[in-house]
Design a protein around this ligand. Sequence first.
Ligand code: PMP
Length: 414
Amino acid sequence: MAEVGPLKLEKSLELFEQAKGLIPGGTLGIRRPYNFVEGEYPIFFDSGKGGRVTDVDGNEYIDFLCAYGPVILGYREEEIDDAVIAQVRDKGFCFSLTQSHQNALAAKLRELIPCAEMSIFVKTGSDAMTLAVRLARAHTGRTGVLRCGYHGWHDWCVEVKGGIPEKLYEDVREFHYNDLAGLEKLLAEHGNDTAAITLTPFGHPLAAPMQEPKPGFLEGVRALADKHGVVLVFDEVRTGFRISMGGAQEYYGVTPDLGCFGKAMANGYAISAVCGRADIMKKAEKEVFVSSTFFPNSDGYVAALKTVEILERDNVLAAVWDKGRRLMNSLRDAVSNTAVGAELTGIPPMFFITFKKDEAKLYRKRRTAFYTQLVRRGVFMQPYHHGYVCYRHTREDLAQAVAAAREALGAAGE
Ligand code: PMP
């Protein structure tokens, strides 16, 4: 196997040293070096185009992290950027009143997403999920939440509890993906005071294999929510505008009461949405307050409208599934030919290579070796987070990634 040495990362490391004195931790949360392989991954990117990114030292990578999900088409997608630039230059985008794009976007979401009778637009996935929980509490007059999956950094759901009084999350209980019996048990105990069940409709836990819903799981959750009068919220922040135009709810055929969308909806511009049943959403007419200086800014709406237009016009998601299918087939072949405990999970638009846990904890060494060898070969993925396929990944990109993965799997066993 060709030996590949470490990347030159001087500029990244220098900027990081400087950043640590200016910004606590140098960079925020999930973008910190310990979430990759320290010393092997770049810390600062400079630019991106299509399915590739370039770091500040000039190294180029095929990028399968896609900015943690928003990049569904590719970086610097000209049609979208041009639409936003025209809005900013010719009309303006930040005003004391709302511009009209919100109507067009809400109407489009109603057409595409099964639960979306009405929509409220905010900025981030965390905003949307927090708003959904507030609507559910106002609608039911209850406080409890049963949750499954990552929903963002806000007080009620973040894993790291520093700085958060316990009373702000004491009514929130976790259940495991695909564990209907566990959810049923929680509801038997707390059903009378449960306002919302929140879950990612597809299982994508951190640093663990991805899970599709077992037959009957989502239907069972829906039935339990109905039985206990609980609002069912799907967190479609990752699945929305990626696995299907109507989200996982359309793909799996189970409609929640509320659904939260963000990331891929605008190919990187900041906008997210809570969509759902009109009677619940209308709690935001008076009882529930939603407002922020930047929520109505038109850059995100224009980007979302253009992104959705392109996704529909060019049948983008079918192409993404196709590319992902080809990639996963080759990766599965590579993974099955090794004895390092590597596992490939996911569905074609979102996939993950993890390593089976063993008592000697060799899996950690293997994971580090694998992801080190990948990034050295110009393939950017994250050891603890699944990858994404975007529209601009080319056949050559995918072939190069598979070749790199084969070599990296070889190195993981050494
Ligand atoms: N829900 C899910 C499923 C997510 O993946 C994320 C972000 N990774 C969020 C919510 C929070 O979104 P944001 O980071 O935009 O606040």
